[in-house]
Design a protein around this ligand. Structure first.
Ligand SMILES: [Zn+2]
Length: 291
């Protein structure tokens, strides 16, 4: 399996899980940019990390994948999230990886932005600040657009001021240039036949998931509803960038229950590449079964 792109079908849609690269998050004790389990009781966290072969004392950094999704039918190509762009030397792989698959930026007809965090919108623009996908319309939840484009209140996030500045700056740079190509949605509408927006607020005010249903097959792209497979087992554990932890929990319950009971193929942006698998019920929570 290539670590940069992975092709699969969902009914009559041809899909590609496509890497934008990775980002190394420092150990939370060194630099609190993002802590994936900020509200976890320390003794339980230590035990769970050890169960996942993550030994906290030796863990210098956590390398998180950034994975985007292409959903194609014929010449119509929908891109879900644009990666981090030039946020780090290890990101911005989306366009070269698309080109390796025979898809140029001009070929993208629609871009669905699940939320306004840097690792999901950073690739909206090229090195000159112009839209990187010149022929695409951009779809985003209205609450999300309104939040990031109107002096966002990040006082509830458990990250330092530098982290907050990065969030605001990337949102300003990457959202403004697409405002003339924008379609804002407020309901769970169909974006293409069988491709629908699914409301999943909490991680950010208007965070959304994307559902693809075709010929009895189903894919649920849950984006950042969960950031690590441990969140399936401990759905109350939140990251330090979670905007509303209670809503994170409610969105997890709704989406993960649905995915488990309907046996949907699931894709999560930050799970080990290609981020695809199934969610199984386990006691009071769930468990990740990678494909
Ligand atoms: Zn993310």
């Amino acid at each position: 399996m290539s670590s940069e792109s992975y092709r699969f079908d969902v009914g009559s849609y041809e899909c590609i899980a496509i890497s934008d690269g990775t980002f190394a998050y420092p150990h939370p004790s060194k630099n609190v940019f993002i802590n994936f389990f900020v509200n976890a009781p320390q003794d339980r966290l230590g035990r769970v990390l050890r169960d996942h072969n993550i030994v906290s004392e030796q863990w210098e950094e956590y390398v998180s994948p950034y994975i985007c999704l292409i959903i194609s039918k014929g010449q119509d190509h929908v891109l879900v999230d644009t990666g981090a762009g030039n946020l780090a030397p290890t990101t911005g792989r989306l366009i070269p990886n698309l080109e390796a698959e025979g898809i140029s930026p001009e070929d993208i007809d629609a871009v669905i932005l699940t939320h306004g965090h840097p690792d999901h919108i950073g690739g909206n623009i090229d090195s000159e600040g112009k839209p990187a996908f010149p022929n695409a319309r951009y779809v985003m939840w209205k609450d999300e657009w309104d939040f990031w484009t109107s002096d966002p209140d990040l006082s509830g996030l458990k990250i330092d001021d530098h982290g907050k500045e990065i969030l605001v700056k990337v949102a300003q740079n990457a959202l403004h240039p697409i405002r003339d190509r924008l379609e804002l949605i407020e309901r769970e509408v169909e974006i293409r036949p069988g491709i629908s927006a699914v409301s999943a607020p909490g991680h950010t005010p208007g965070h959304m998931a994307v559902s693809v249903v075709s010929d009895n097959a189903q894919l649920l792209y849950i984006s950042d509803t969960v950031l690590h497979p441990i969140h399936l087992e401990q759905p109350g554990w939140c990251s330090s960038v979670a905007f509303d932890p209670e809503k994170v929990m409610a969105s997890r319950l709704r989406l993960l229950s649905k995915a488990a009971s309907e046996k949907a193929l699931v894709m999560a942006t930050h799970f080990p590449f290609p981020g695809l698998g199934y969610i199984e019920k386990k006691e009071e929570a769930w468990k990740w079964q990678p494909i």
